[in-house]
Design a protein around this ligand. Structure first.
Ligand code: FAD
Length: 458
């Protein structure tokens, strides 16, 4: 089988690259080992978790919000089988959508596991060899398992294992207080599990603004999620009926299930890359330049395997860039503003610099404004006014450096910051622009006004 561009992996990076290369007139083959396209994101990542986030929100609304707004409902009951069916249905619809997109763009999808056998050939297990002019490696990442005694128990699952459960665990221990761990902790807390988080570092979601992490910790404590920071898990005992998870200096907790969410590593093993001259690193993945080109000029890499980020939206962009260069165009990644969405309860999203990063880079020439949702009419009337919007700018030119949002629809609202920061906007542009009233987006403008010392509604 001959083609212009072969794409190894059908996740966000791979399927986007395949479509883009086909749009540019290439004959494209996309090789995916799983029976469905969409990768981690659509099959076992972003999409199924957020389908359950919706179920968790619905429980919260029925339990706490509806009555406030004057809608009487009886105590909500979680129908977990239906929640799982809902999640699976959403996944089926979305992965089917990707298959249709590839077809509509004339991309050939080959199902099977691929391995490079030369700089111009991929051998597909149980199928024909694919010979290409250019190739894009988009094999993603896999969940890491630390070498903790007892972690091989079947009751210790990764995110894929947790998404496949047919019953809600009565007691869930989450190992790792990063994004994935905290998202599942939020979901299963709403589903009725007793949730305990064990995290090695002194903070949850360590890459995010510390005030956002503190807000999440407060919310978890308020809702009865036990959080143990600065604790290493030392051993897990499977007692048959339950687990005993040991951590810190002699502490332990019983659990029915444990989620191991300590990070993901780029999937580079078994692809034949080193053999054809593309160096790989088990932690950093495949190194690429700004054109997503590897050490072999006809081979590109994009997405989690390229090691810059582990996000679907960056994978989409890297896939486009890899495809354009593989098709002979010269496009480059640059330094895009990357939103950091976290679908916890409360929702969190940041873009640009955190306050600490801004102060480290600009010293005293930084101004910060925080506008609480409690002062925003739309948030108050929705019944959910936990959290705030934080605007961060440097004071020499007034350039907006960062936006951090904790609370309702944070992950949608953060796009305002992405566009403003990419356009190198000043804080005045955001603060003096007219926001529709009453909306949640007014809080972004208001946070800018607070930072400028011109707050009207605070
Ligand atoms: P993947 O999506 O992993 O796709 C790689 C594909 O390559 C897979 O389908 C795999 O089967 C295939 N493959 C691997 N090796 C071979 C081979 N040898 N031959 C053929 N095929 C192969 N990101 C967000 O931006 N937002 C979120 O809300 C979010 N939530 C997440 C929740 C969870 C629980 C997890 C685990 C991840 C989440 N992510 C989220 C991260 C996101 O899923 C990844 O960043 C994204 O999927 C990366 O895309 P990719 O194309 O690089 O890799």
């Amino acid at each position: 089988m001959n083609c212009d561009v072969a794409v190894l992996g059908g996740g966000p990076a791979g399927y986007t690259a395949a479509i883009r290369a086909a749009q540019l007139g290439g004959k494209v083959v996309c090789i995916e080992k799983e029976p469905a396209l969409g990768g981690t994101c659509l099959r076992v990542g972003c999409i199924p978790t957020k389908a359950w986030v919706q179920t968790a929100h619905a429980i919260h609304d029925a339990r706490e919000t509806f009555a406030k707004l004057g809608v009487g409902v009886s105590e909500p009951q979680l129908d977990f089988a239906q929640a799982a069916a809902w999640k699976d249905g959403v996944v089926k619809q979305m992965t089917g959508g990707v298959a249709s997109l590839l077809k509509a763009n004339g991309v050939d999808w080959v199902q099977g596991s691929g391995r490079f056998t030369s700089p111009t050939t991929i051998a597909v297990e149980g199928g024909e060899d694919v010979t290409f002019k250019g190739a894009i490696v988009a094999t993603g990442s896999y969940p890491m398992r630390p070498p903790i005694p007892g972690l091989d128990s079947p009751k210790c699952v990764d995110s894929t294992g947790l998404l496949a459960q047919t019953e809600v665990p009565r007691r869930l221990v989450v190992l790792g207080g990063g994004i994935i761990g905290c998202e599942f902790a939020s979901i299963f807390n709403r589903f009725g599990s007793e949730v305990t988080i064990v995290e090695m570092l002194p903070t949850l979601i360590p890459q995010e603004d510390v005030d956002a992490a503190r807000e999440l910790l407060k919310a978890f404590k308020r809702r009865g999620v036990a959080v143990h920071l600065e604790r290493q898990c030392t051993q897990v005992d499977d007692r048959g009926s339950h687990l005993v998870v040991h951590f810190g200096e002699g502490e332990s907790v019983e659990a029915d299930l444990m989620l191991v969410a300590v990070g993901r590593a780029p999937l580079v093993q078994g692809l034949g890359l080193d053999e054809i001259g593309v160096p790989t690193d088990p932690r950093a993945g495949v190194a690429t330049d700004a054109h997503m080109r590897t050490a072999v000029p006809t081979i590109f890499a994009a997405g989690d395997v390229a090691g810059r980020w582990q996000l679907a939206h960056t994978a989409f962009r890297e896939g486009e860039i890899a495809a354009e260069n593989a098709m002979g165009h010269a496009s480059s990644l640059g330094e895009p503003s990357v939103p950091r969405p976290i679908y916890t309860d409360p929702e969190i999203a940041g873009v640009g610099l955190t306050e600490a990063q801004a102060r480290e880079r600009y010293g005293d020439a930084v101004a910060v404004g925080v506008f609480p949702w409690a002062a925003n009419a739309r948030a108050v009337m929705s019944g959910d006014s936990t959290g705030w919007v934080k605007s961060i700018h440097e004071t020499t030119y007034g350039e907006l450096l960062g936006l951090v949002i904790v609370g309702p629809h944070a992950t949608d609202l953060v796009e305002v910051g992405v566009v403003a920061i990419d356009a190198e906007s000043t804080v005045e542009t955001v603060a003096d622009g007219i926001a529709a009233h009453p909306t949640l987006s007014e809080a972004i403008k208001e946070a800018g006004l607070v930072a400028l010392g011109r707050a009207i509604h605070l």
